[in-house]
Every structure is written in structure tokens, then in C-alpha cells.
Design a binder for this molecule. Structure first.
Ligand code: SAH
Length: 251
């Protein structure tokens, strides 16, 4: 769908801006500029407070997340808020962790805005998988080790995990699982049952690019016990694939 940049200028406009994975320097120049111009900033978890300082002192700041869980306000309420501020003629920046179109419900927000006749601009961000790869020094693809890389969500709305195990269980592929910590047992067992070796390198990566970032290297088989042992909590990624062997090679 083409986003509409020419819609009725009597209304405000909205930019869905990727904040990057954590380190505030990883926002794009365009994202930073739009934040400075914003009259309203709507943000949630996983956005460094220092980014909010870029906005004008009198810009309205609205937090729509909860720190206790990874769940935000009901999506409809967020969309309603975006629409109402824009209809009031404001320039709204909707700041989202990582990239707004990667497991961030940016598509739903964009649809709600376009349906209300409001111009939407999308500014990409560095998604968590890319931040983690850069921070810990492993490539997501590699000529010899991974010809493909898949980003999947390990969390469904009903809290179950239902992934296409045979499609994922490929050698020479890097798997990055977002929101998968609560489904680790199922993920580890599902991939092994579909034929991926239990000793395939794996890692749990907590808060990549934040000061508290941590990596817990393990194997596909030991993912659940590793998460348990170190009490790994969200936000964390699960990475599986031979590219992880390059971490020590580079140090
Ligand atoms: N739009 C975001 C993803 C939001 S979904 C992006 O593009 O990165 C939220 C999930 O992303 C978290 O549960 C976690 O799995 C992952 N995540 C986000 N930031 C992270 C970080 N800095 N380190 C590790 N995982 C992160």
C-alpha cells in the first residue's frame, strides 16, 4: 500500500518513526529531525528516554506502554489517540522501538490513519536483530554459513507458539525469534523434532545495544535451561544458526 503524503493539509500528519534497538545514536537522521519537529510524541517500551529529549520542551509526550509487561495499551486506543491528535492539526511522531514495520503493529496504525484521511510517513529503524548482530559481532547472513535469515515471532495472541517448524529447521539459515522467551521449550523441541540438530549454536540476547545488554551463548537443545539458569527476561531475542560461531572467531 502506498502511504499518502498529500492528504488534506488542514489535518495534522503522523510519522511512524523507528527509534532503533536501544542505543539512542542508532535512530536515523530523519527520525531525529522529525522528533525535533513533533508537537506530540507517542512512545512505548523500548524507547530510550534520551530520544524524547530531542523533542521540543513543550511537545506533548504520551507514554502508551507498560514497563511490567511487553504489552502496550489496547491497539485500538493507540490508533484512536493518533487519529485524534492528528485531526486536531498536530504533527504527531509515533516513536517505536526498532523498526515500525517489524513486529510493531505499524501496519495497523498506518491503516487506521489512512482510513481517517490522515497523511502518514514511515521512517525505518534498526530492528533488534540487526542491533544484536552488530553489538555482538555476528553477521546475519554469511556466504558459507547462512544464505537466508528469518525473523519470526515466538508469541501469538493466545500465548501459544505455532510456527512452521520444517520451514525454519533449515541448516544454512539464521533464525531470529522475537518475543520468544516464554515459548522457549516449544521452540527448542519443535525445531529439533523438525530435524535441526540439538547442538546447533544458539544464543539468548537481552537488551542489545542498551547499557545492560547481555548475550548467553548456548545450543538449540540447551536454550530452555540457559534461559532458566540466567533468568533471562524480555526484551530478548533468540538467535539460532551457525553464524554464531563467528563471535569468538572475531575476538
Ligand atoms: N519493532 C521492534 C520489535 C518489537 S517486538 C524491532 O524492530 O526491533 C518486541 C520484541 O523485540 C521484544 O520482546 C524482543 O524480543 C525484541 N527486542 C526489541 N528490542 C530488543 C533489544 N534491544 N534486544 C533484544 N531484543 C529486543
Amino acid at each position: 500500500m502506498k502511504t499518502d503524503r498529500s492528504t488534506n493539509s488542514r489535518y495534522g500528519r503522523v510519522a511512524l518513526v523507528g527509534a532503533g534497538p536501544g542505543d539512542p545514536e542508532l535512530i536515523t537522521l530523519k527520525g531525529a529531525r522529525l522528533l525535533r519537529e513533533a508537537e506530540v510524541v507517542i512512545y512505548d517500551n523500548l524507547v530510550d528516554e534520551r530520544l524524547l529529549d530531542l523533542a521540543a520542551p513543550d511537545a506533548e509526550r504520551v507514554f502508551v506502554g507498560k514497563m511490567t509487561s511487553m504489552h502496550t495499551l489496547p491497539q485500538e486506543e493507540i490508533s484512536t489517540l493518533l487519529v485524534s491528535r492528528a485531526l486536531a492539526g498536530k504533527f504527531v511522531v509515533r516513536l517505536k522501538g526498532g523498526d515500525p514495520f517489524v513486529f510493531a503493529r505499524g501496519g495497523e496504525e498506518m491503516a487506521a490513519l489512512l482510513a481517517a484521511g490522515i497523511a502518514v510517513e514511515i521512517v525505518p529503524g534498526v530492528t533488534a536483530a540487526m542491533g544484536a548482530a552488530a553489538s555482538f559481532g555476528f553477521p546475519l547472513t554469511h556466504r558459507d554459513l547462512a544464505q537466508s535469515c528469518v525473523f519470526v515471532t515466538g508469541h501469538l495472541q493466545d500465548n501459544s507458539v505455532d510456527l512452521n517448524w520444517p520451514a525454519l529447521a533449515q541448516t544454512n539459515q539464521t533464525i531470529v525469534i522475537y518475543m520468544g522467551i516464554t515459548g522457549l521449550e516449544t521452540i527448542s523441541a519443535g525445531l529439533q523434532a523438525a530435524g535441526l540438530a540439538g547442538d546447533t549454536p544458539a544464543a539468548l540476547i537481552y537488551r542489545a545495544t542498551w547499557p545492560a545488554e547481555k548475550i548467553y551463548p548456548c545450543s538449540l537443545a540447551t536454550l530452555p535451561e540457559t534461559a532458566h539458569k540466567y533468568a533471562v527476561k524480555p526484551p530478548a531475542l533468540i538467535v539460532i544458526g551457525q553464524v554464531l560461531t563467528l563471535i569468538s572467531a572475531g575476538t
